[in-house]
Design a protein around this ligand. Structure first.
Ligand code: ZN
Length: 177
């Protein structure tokens, strides 16, 4: 045996004794056993925590799905709101003439009616006055620049086109700015 071998033998013996002592201590001492149980408890809880992570992920997935479905519902609501957008449709060029009107809801039947349908002056953009006299060739006159239109227009037809545009959803394409 060399000095080196002796050192290794002594060290191995010492390590063996220390480990055996620690093991005996764990077995014999309730406090250390409790500590060991504590380690096992922590490990078990870490494992359970991983399960909780999956549960959280599952809950998040369900939450995202619910939010997605809610967003779809909101989109439907937006479509319904868009259906009411036609109320901002109050100008259009029909039968080669610019028209302006406003929408009024009938209290009795809840239907929307075209009100105050009049041409717009091609020169200055002012809403024109309609001529009341049936014998006059004058159809409308601009109160601002006094431009006169002589071409007779059937307001019932113009209104029918406006309502048809709304019902068929083609009114935005007809708006000329
Ligand atoms: Zn004018």
């Amino acid at each position: 045996m060399t000095k080196k071998d002796t050192k290794i033998a002594i060290f191995s013996g010492f390590v063996g004794i220390v480990f055996t002592a620690i093991y005996d201590l764990i077995k014999s001492r309730p406090i250390l056993s409790t500590f060991w149980d504590g380690l096992k408890w922590i490990w078990k809880n870490i494992f359970e925590f991983e399960l909780t992570v999956w549960q959280v992920l599952l809950a998040l997935s369900i939450l995202i799905l619910i939010l997605y479905l809610l967003s779809l519902r909101n989109n439907d609501d937006e479509v319904i709101e868009n259906e009411f957008d036609w109320s901002s449709y109050d100008k259009d060029k029909i039968h080669n003439m610019e028209w302006s009107w406003y929408w009024e809801k009938n209290v009795l039947d809840g239907k929307w009616n075209v009100k105050d349908l009049r041409p717009i002056c091609n020169s200055c953009g002012t809403k024109m006055h309609l001529s009341n006299s049936s014998w006059s060739s004058e159809y409308s006159e601009c109160p601002r620049c006094e431009l006169k239109y002589h071409e007779q227009k059937d307001l019932t037809k113009i209104e029918a086109v406006i309502i048809d545009n709304v019902q068929r959803g083609i009114y935005p394409k007809n708006i000329e700015k």
